[in-house]
Design a protein around this ligand. Structure first.
Ligand code: AHM
Ligand code: MG
Length: 336
């Protein structure tokens, strides 16, 4: 690419040339990107910045928080609360919603995030990330904001993305017009466009799932993985490769880059829990990104983006990636 296009310029063009995003949303996304830059610096410092290890506190879902989970959450809140674009925020790491304090103007957007996804990888220097989703407060929901305002299906998102902190820091974004990727240029201090019109191939020979849970899966997932493992000699007639990074951001980034299927399914250990991952902070934004790149995302029964949430921290079974493979696994669910 000869002329470098910064994230700021890309967003201005989305607003001005294509009329795709209002100015308020553009500014909001700039602020989210700035927060991600700051989290990236903290991640990079690692032990030198004193950011590794456990905070010895628990979040609302009973998971032990890492120091970086809390730091990333604070960075996102502090960066976003004063700009005037938001009405409130919700995070995987906070029990309830965070209202924009009265001393700041209120906007019409709602920001949701998983501040530090892949927490188990923080201390071992493996890629992690921040996932975010933007909704608009429904017209007619009146003054003020409540948890109810957040309970919108993923198909109502107006922007979604993630920032991966890996060998490169890359921000991946959709505002409903395809998927674009921006890598952080540390010398310039800005995100630079590296790929537009990202496409996920419809077919793949690579699957991602935590195989240690195999004995707990439902029969359709087991069938799909068994068939992949049977390779050339099995019904698929081809060999499959497996990857599992244990950071959804990193697994999804690979899928957006070269295709593949990612699954974190329901399992029988906790039959009343639909899955491990969270609908609002993980499945919806990732589902929309993957769809925008030509892939698919379901919970085995329905499109993730059509699920009507009933709780902020709701969990969901996730199957996403290359379209033909996702359709196959989803088909196995409907056959049983
Ligand atoms: P987190 O948001 O607390 O980090 O948890 C979500 C992560 C995903 O990024 C990843 O796909 C999954 O949990 C890994 O789970 P497991 O450790 O069971 O393999
Ligand atoms: Mg997560």
């Amino acid at each position: 690419m000869s002329t470098k296009i910064s994230l700021s310029r890309y967003l201005v063009e989305q607003q001005r040339v294509d009329g795709l995003i209002p100015a308020q949303l553009r500014l909001l996304l700039e602020v989210v990107a700035r927060a991600c830059k700051s989290i990236s610096h903290a991640v990079n410092k690692g032990a030198l910045g004193g950011v590794l290890g456990s905070a010895e506190t628990e979040n609302v879902q009973g998971e032990v928080q890492k120091k970086l989970d809390i730091i990333a959450n604070e960075v996102l809140i502090e960066a976003n609360e004063w700009g005037g674009h938001l009405a409130a925020m919700a995070s995987e790491e906070m029990d309830g919603i965070y209202m924009v304090p009265n001393r700041y103007p209120q906007g019409e957007y709602l920001l949701l995030f998983d501040p530090l996804d892949g927490s188990s990888n923080i201390d071992v220097n493996v890629s992690i990330g921040t996932i975010f989703s933007v909704l608009k407060k429904s017209e007619g929901s009146g003054h003020g904001v409540s948890e109810q305002d957040f309970l919108q299906a993923g198909n109502r998102q107006v922007a979604a993305g993630y920032c991966i902190y890996g060998p490169q820091t890359t921000l991946v974004l959709t505002v409903g017009d395809g998927v674009a990727m921006f890598t952080l240029d540390r010398e310039q201090g800005s995100f630079v466009l590296v790929q537009e019109h990202v496409r996920v191939p419809a077919d793949t020979k690579e699957f991602a799932i935590n195989m240690s849970n195999m004995r707990h899966w439902a029969p359709p997932v087991r069938r799909y993985v068994d068939e992949c493992l049977a390779g050339k000699d099995g019904p698929r007639g081809k060999d499959f490769n497996m990857r599992w990074i244990a950071s959804m951001v990193a697994d999804v980034h690979r899928i957006l880059t070269r295709g593949g299927i990612f699954m974190y399914p329901w399992d029988q250990r906790e039959p009343n829990k639909p899955g491990k991952l969270r609908l609002m902070y993980e499945a919806n934004p990732m589902g929309w990104l993957v769809e925008q790149a030509g892939g698919a995302a379901t919970n085995g029964k329905q499109r993730i983006l059509d699920i009507q949430p009933t709780q902020l921290h709701e969990r969901v079974s996730v199957i996403l990636g290359s379209k033909n493979e996702v359709e196959r696994v989803t088909g196995y669910h409907t056959q049983t």
